[in-house]
Structures are given as C-alpha cells and as structure tokens.
Design a protein around this ligand. Structure first.
Ligand SMILES: C[S@@+](CC[C@H](N)C(=O)[O-])C[C@H]1O[C@@H](n2cnc3c(N)ncnc32)[C@H](O)[C@@H]1O
Length: 340
C-alpha cells in the first residue's frame, strides 16, 4: 500500500522519497529527526521482519497527531470530521494555539505513550481546511480565546490577504479532510468509515515506529540510531531541517545560527561518521560537505521539479548524501542527476 500523511505539509518530501531509499537501501535503523509529514518514512519500500524506525519533531501538536493516529485512529477520525465551517475552523485553531505551551513537548517527551486524540483530530481538521500554514507567525494571535488582529493599523494595501490567509478553502466546502484521502476501495463506507480505515492503515504501518518530540539532536545519538537485526545493517538518518527562509517557528535557534547550519556541522562530526545521511537544503547551502566526500543530488535541469510539494522553490532544492550512501557515479563536482 502507498501511504501518505492525512494532511498537507509545507516542505513535505514525498517526491524525493524514492531517491532517498535508493541511497539508503534497506537500513536496519532509520531515523527522521525532522519528521513533519513523515513523507520519506511512509514511502519506504515494503519489507518483512523488524526494522528500528524513529520519527521526531519539535512541534508538539504534530507529534501528538502521529502518536494519536498510532494508538487510537478511530477517535482521531471521529474528531477530525466535520463540514468546513469558518466558525469551527477558528475555534479549533484558537483552542490548539492556546495550548501550544512549553509543557506540550515536555508532556510528549516525558511519556512515550502520551497523546490527545481530540487535539489530533482538530489539528488535522485545521490543517486540511486552511490555506498555507495556519500556525505561522502572522499578525493574527489568540487573545483571550479569540483570533485577534494585533496590527496597530489595518494594512489597506493588503486587501484580500490578512485573515483571508486563514480562511478555509471555500471551493472545497463540505470536504475538509476528506479531500486529502487516497482512494481505499471503500465503496459503501461513510466518511467516518473511510477516514477511520485510512488512519487504521497508517496505525498499522506505525505500530513499531518510535515517535518522539523534541530537538533533533536527541534522536541522532548512537543509542537511537543503533539498529537491531533485519535489513542490510545500515543506520540511516534523513535530515530535513526547516529552511532559513521558511518562516518556520523553529528555523532559528536563539536568534543566531540556523538549525540547518547546526545540522550541517553535526554531519561532519565524529558522531556522524559511518552513517547513511541525507541532508536537504537549497542551492549551495551545504556544499562544504562536498569537501568531505559527500555528493549532491539536483533535480533534472529544466524540469522545474523540486522535491517538496512547493513549486516556487523547487528548482533550488538539493539533497546532500554522505559517502556511505549508495549512489550513481557523481560527476567531477560531486553532482548526481536525479532519476525519475
Ligand atoms: C522541512 S519540515 C520537514 C518536512 C518533512 N521532511 C516532510 O516530508 O514532511 C521541517 C520540520 O522540522 C521541524 N523542526 C524544526 N526545528 C526542529 C528542531 N530543532 N528539532 C526537531 N524538529 C524541528 C518542524 O516542526 C518541521 O516539521
């Protein structure tokens, strides 16, 4: 079965997944420290037996959603459904934003089985109804339970933007999360049955996957990457940090070095030696790695096809691969032309 996350996600790497698995083979241990929609994990070619797989993200509600799908897909489905309504959309978004506190990741970090199915369902609803990133740092904030425009003056020149950025896809009225579901051969089932069946299939895929919340470094240690038996013995990490330009809540740390730069530094550290590593970025962002024997994959020139589902920055996207990866012969400049 071809799995896909039940929500749209900025920077999702579904289109690059086959390249990653060509490079990684069938590793015994696999870690996705910046999981987002876990597009690469979900596109892993089928295997039999055990593999040690870990996904992690710093975003508490995102991790809560994966955990809730893993443990209680039916409850998540029942909370996610509902007609697209502006009132419900704003109320659910406000409810989630108010509870996005430092205690949220701490709670998920401290108990590997912690999850809240209602919050997960509402999070899916908000992501599926909204345009762009509904949780982004725009001028709209939750104040005393209501979405409020915190700008001092109205941006008259922005007519048509503002809160409209947050509006549900009215053209999809009544569809909400359903428009994201792949066809499951589910004739005769209602919306709830279809969504439950899809989330149940995801739960089955995730049954043995460790799902953690917190900073990426916590899952790049030898104790996490160490693999058991099964697979070809490799230990692989797919690194897809937020791009500095993405406006991601977590792109910068303490206002200094970007997370992406921190990850690149780590890639050449002793801890990273011997691992199958793939690092995503833009342009020549991580080309220093070429001096350490790494290669870089570029999309086919002229195709305009990037790896994420965003077309605007697609041409600039690159994936750097550590020397341990299985790759076609790179050219003199360490470049590998992407296939497919
Ligand atoms: C580019 S997205 C990853 C997209 C993902 N590969 C996919 O296919 O959907 C980057 C992700 O990193 C997460 N993130 C940002 N800073 C982080 C950090 N310091 N540690 C762990 N995750 C982080 C964000 O919440 C976001 O989900």
């Amino acid at each position: 079965m071809n799995y896909a996350a039940p929500f749209p996600y900025f920077g999702g790497k579904r289109r690059a997944a086959h390249l990653i698995w060509q490079a990684f083979g069938d590793p015994s241990g696999y870690v996705e420290p910046f999981a987002g929609s876990a597009a690469v994990l979900l596109a892993r070619p089928a295997f039999t037996g055990r593999r040690v797989e870990t996904i992690n993200d710093a975003d508490g509600w995102l991790v809560n959603t994966w955990r809730a799908i893993q443990h209680d897909p039916a409850s998540v489905a029942s909370h996610a459904l509902g007609p697209v309504s502006e009132i419900d959309y704003h109320a659910r978004l406000a409810w989630l934003q108010e509870r996005r506190t430092p205690e949220l990741p701490a709670w998920l970090e401290g108990d590997p089985e912690a999850f809240d199915a209602k919050a997960a369902g509402w999070w899916l609803y908000v992501l599926s109804c909204g345009i762009g990133d509904p949780f982004g740092p725009g001028p709209w904030r939750v104040i005393e339970g209501a979405l409020t425009d915190t700008r001092k003056l109205p941006h008259l020149g922005d007519a048509g933007k503002g809160i409209n950025r947050e509006l549900p896809h009215l053209g999809d009225a009544g569809q909400g999360i359903n428009r994201k579901l792949p066809h499951l051969g589910d004739a005769g089932k209602g919306d709830l049955g279809r969504l439950s069946a899809y989330l149940q299939a995801l739960a089955d895929r995730l049954r043995r996957v460790r799902i953690t919340c917190g900073d990426w470094r916590r899952v790049c240690t030898p104790s996490v990457t160490r693999a058991g038996c099964g697979g070809d013995g490799g230990r692989a990490i797919f690194l897809d940090p937020p791009y500095a330009t993405s406006g991601d809540l977590y792109a910068h740390k303490d206002g200094h070095q970007t997370v992406a730069a921190e990850v690149r530094d780590w890639c050449t550290s002793r801890e990273a030696q011997g691992l199958l590593l793939a690092l995503c970025g833009y342009d020549d962002e991580h080309n220093d790695l070429l001096n350490a024997g790494w290669s870089v994959i570029k999309g086919k020139s002229g195709s305009g096809a990037g790896y994420s589902t965003r077309s605007d920055n697609g041409r600039r996207e690159r994936i750097w691969l550590s020397p341990e990866c299985h790759i076609a012969q790179p050219d003199l400049f360490g470049c590998v032309e992407a296939e497919g």
